[in-house]
Design a protein around this ligand. Structure first.
Ligand code: KIV
Ligand code: ZN
Length: 526
């Protein structure tokens, strides 16, 4: 293992990291984030050294516009980018939002493959003209313009060269080549970028970017291959969040370039020690848990269970480890807290886990921590992180106040539920087929809705019968999807909170699709 402490940059080319967790990631069904959550994630991305943050799609809704503007105002180092279709009103709205940033960027796109050209029903010439006009318009507003031919990997070669040349001439400073449907393969990905750079006049004056989706599980490989072919910007998301199978995962490309600098002479300026924390926060706020065996950030990524592996690890860590857990922000120790631990110990532990909370949130977490420590002998790091998730719902219209459930073998379960809805206390008693069914019915009685339960999943956070359960609930209503999560040692309480959390997110999502967003088909944007 080479020394990862200070990876050498000498003789290596810099690769820019463009994070689109807040746009492509947030756009994936069920991954809605609140305004405050978006600001928090943007701040974490900026702090970790991401070069460009795609903060949203300003014309999509008032909420997106507000988030992009606020992120632009607060940004410290990163370029703040907004997405816009190839239409003047989209581009104007995008500029209105990003212009507050120290370093703004407009990203405009249009689908150029035969299938995508058919949607606006434009001929090749008409589309070429539209590209020329819209990129020129964007460039008149902002000197940093990114242009993307959506579905580039299925666009005819000659036409792709033609439109890329037009965009460069019209003033685009970055040309992004999206593999919108995750169709390409590494050899082809490298070749496409290399040939574009060799063929298109003016290509050497702009930066080529790669934007890969993971439908065939090749997004990371395709992005790295594109870099080998000459791309110098990788578009990616934390945990690989994104439409369908997701996007290239930021943590994978960043760590791959760092660990295999010997064969890939490139570097990024991402502080890899911040990876774990942002991964956990994105998993929490998006409601998309990270799979246990996910590269870099999965719970098992650095766990060595089998006897042979453990023996090898004890003798020499390099036997089975190509990276150090500390390099991605995992602290080697996991000292549990107990019921005698005080607020200062909790604050120190949170800091250690990379979680910054305000005094009020610390107060709430401490109350939940004490309750938990009374019921559970040892409170582990993962328990604490689950508590942070469970207490971070400040903007919610629906709040669970109290729940009492009676159940057994001899009949239906009964749930007595108290909630606060828009500040008003209400209560209901319902029977159901088991405690969770009775509880969900009581929630529906107090907040009637037609949301369909798409997924109900329970995980134990740590080991033992007193472990906290993390429950994920995914709901669908009128084509809108939202996921909620919560944790508690009582699975029914965690289920109720997760259900209420998902309903709150559906309310946000509904607010987001106001009248100005009706015409936007998110399906058109991969
Ligand atoms: O996947 C895609 O093509 C996109 C574009 C909007 C860049 O997300
Ligand atoms: Zn995409």
């Amino acid at each position: 293992m080479t020394d990862q402490k200070t990876p050498a940059t000498e003789g290596k080319d810099r690769v820019l990291i463009f994070d689109t967790t807040l746009r492509d990631g947030e756009q994936s069904p069920g991954a809605t984030m609140t305004h405050a959550e978006k600001l928090e994630i943007a701040e974490l991305l900026d702090d970790m050294g991401v070069d460009i943050i795609e903060a949203g799609f300003p014309i999509a809704s008032e909420g997106d516009f507000r988030a992009v503007s606020e992120i632009a105002k607060r940004s410290k180092n990163a370029v703040i980018c907004g997405l816009a279709r190839a239409q003047f009103p989209d581009i104007d709205r995008c500029w209105e939002a990003v212009r507050h940033a120290e370093r703004p960027r407009i990203h405009t796109f249009i689908g150029t493959s035969p299938l995508h050209r058919a949607i606006p029903n434009l001929t090749m010439d008409q589309m070429a003209e539209r590209i020329e006009q819209t990129v020129t318009h964007a460039r008149n507003l902002c000197d940093n313009v990114q242009w993307s031919p959506m579905d580039a990997t299925r666009t005819e070669w000659d036409y792709l060269c033609r439109v890329v040349e037009i965009a460069i001439k019209a003033g685009a400073t970055t040309i992004n080549i999206p593999d919108t449907v995750g169709y390409t393969a590494p050899v082809e990905s490298a070749d496409l970028i290399r040939r574009l750079i060799e063929t298109v006049p003016g290509a050497d004056a702009v930066i080529f970017a790669t934007h890969c989706h993971n439908d065939l599980g090749m997004a990371t490989a395709n992005a790295l291959a594109a870099v080998a072919g000459g791309a110098r910007q990788i578009e990616c998301t934390i945990n690989g969040l994104g439409e369908r199978a997701g996007n290239t995962a930021l943590e994978e490309v960043v760590m791959a370039l760092r660990v295999r600098g010997d064969i890939m002479p490139f570097y990024t300026q991402v502080d890899t020690k911040k990876i774990m924390h942002i991964s956990r926060r994105v998993a929490t706020v998006s409601g998309f848990p990270v799979q246990f065996n996910k590269a870099i950030v999965g719970k098992n990524a650095f766990a060595h269970e089998s006897g042979i592996h453990q023996d090898g690890m004890l003798k020499n860590k390099e036997t089975f480890e190509i990276m150090r857990p500390e390099d991605v922000g995992l602290s080697g120790t996991s000292l549990p807290l107990g019921k005698h631990s005080g607020r200062a110990a909790l604050r120190a532990k949170l800091k250690d886990l990379g979680v910054e909370v305000g005094d009020n949130q610390l107060k709430d977490i401490f109350v939940r921590f004490k309750e938990l420590a009374d019921r559970k002998k040892e409170v582990f790091d993962d328990d604490i992180l689950a508590l942070v998730t469970a207490t971070a719902d400040g903007e919610d219209r629906l709040q669970l106040v109290n729940l009492r459930v009676v159940c057994g073998t001899g009949g239906p379960a009964t749930a007595e539920l108290e909630m606060e809805i828009d500040g008003k206390e209400v209560s209901a008693t319902c029977q159901g087929d088991g405690p969770v069914d009775a509880t969900f019915k009581a929630v529906r009685m107090l907040h009637p809705n037609s949301a369909r339960l798409q997924l109900y999943q329970v995980h134990a956070v740590t080991e033992g019968t007193d472990a906290q359960a993390t429950v994920s609930v995914r709901l669908e209503e009128d084509g809108m999807i939202a996921t909620g999560q919560s944790a508690d040692t009582d699975t029914v309480v965690a289920s109720a909170r997760a259900y209420v959390n998902a309903l709150n997110r559906l309310l946000i999502r509904r607010g987001k699709t106001g009248k100005d967003v009706k015409e936007i088909s998110y399906k058109d944007v991969g």
